[in-house]
Design a protein around this ligand. Sequence first.
Ligand code: HEC
Ligand code: HEC
Length: 211
Amino acid sequence: MIRKFIAAAAAIAWVSLGVAGVSLADENRRGRQLFDLCAQCHGSAGQGTELFLAPAIAGLDDWYVISQLKAFRSGARGTNYQDVGGMRMHPMSLWLKTDSDIDAVAAYVAALPKVDPPQVVKGGNAADGKAIYATCSSCHGAQGEGNKSMNSPPLVHMSDWYLVKTLEKFKAGIRGSNPANPNAVLMRGMSNMLTSDQAIKDVVAYIETLQ
Ligand code: HEC
Ligand code: HEC
């Protein structure tokens, strides 16, 4: 009886391992396949393309990629008509028909080696930015590494032009004014402490020193 039970348990364990193995391979394949579309704007290494307003996404935490793809797909992000970049990404997210497609492509993006995009923003003062960043660090981490428990994404290994544009958009309420997106609404409030265009450049210049 006991021996029969052990044999059955072993068989179940073997079968479920086998199934998990197959589905992981399937997820990898599906993720790579879906990424062909993303690469057209974000680049084949996920390094970003400023011309298309598409930021670097390589190595971005999967939880954040999943949350943003769902926000784009539901229209909680990227549906403000003044949000040129977001309006481009929103229709792309609609190609991800199922949550398992989102999981697969997010896993693929998260596994891409992180990149250090070229610094193109000029005129920021990192020393002044450091003082500002002290507030940001309570959510985004002292090294800009992000904090999942605060829903706060990493800010390092991101395109500097995208950080500047995004902070401008938060301040103007072009991102973060949809109540369906509470994390963005929270961040919009935080962006108000950046009282000038110079303050935005300064804090981004400091963030660039962290990577
Ligand atoms: C037509 C060009 C285009 C395609 C194709 C595209 N994207 Fe985007 N994506 C963008 C743009 C532009 C933005 C910036 C949105 C903004 O400014 O808020 C963006 C933003 C994102 C973000 C948010 C990054 C962040 O830091 O918040 C993620 C994640 C993302 N894209 C993933 C993907 C994935 C995954 C695919 C493929 C399924 C994809 N994109 C396909 C243009 C594109
Ligand atoms: C109270 C916590 C909190 C503080 C403080 C905070 N943020 Fe955020 N930030 C967030 C959250 C949450 C998000 C994610 C918004 C979303 O999901 O759309 C975010 C998103 C961002 C983004 C968008 C990243 C991307 O990939 O699109 C940038 C840039 C950013 N924050 C910069 C800053 C800066 C600079 C400061 C300091 C001036 C700051 N944040 C302070 C919580 C915070």
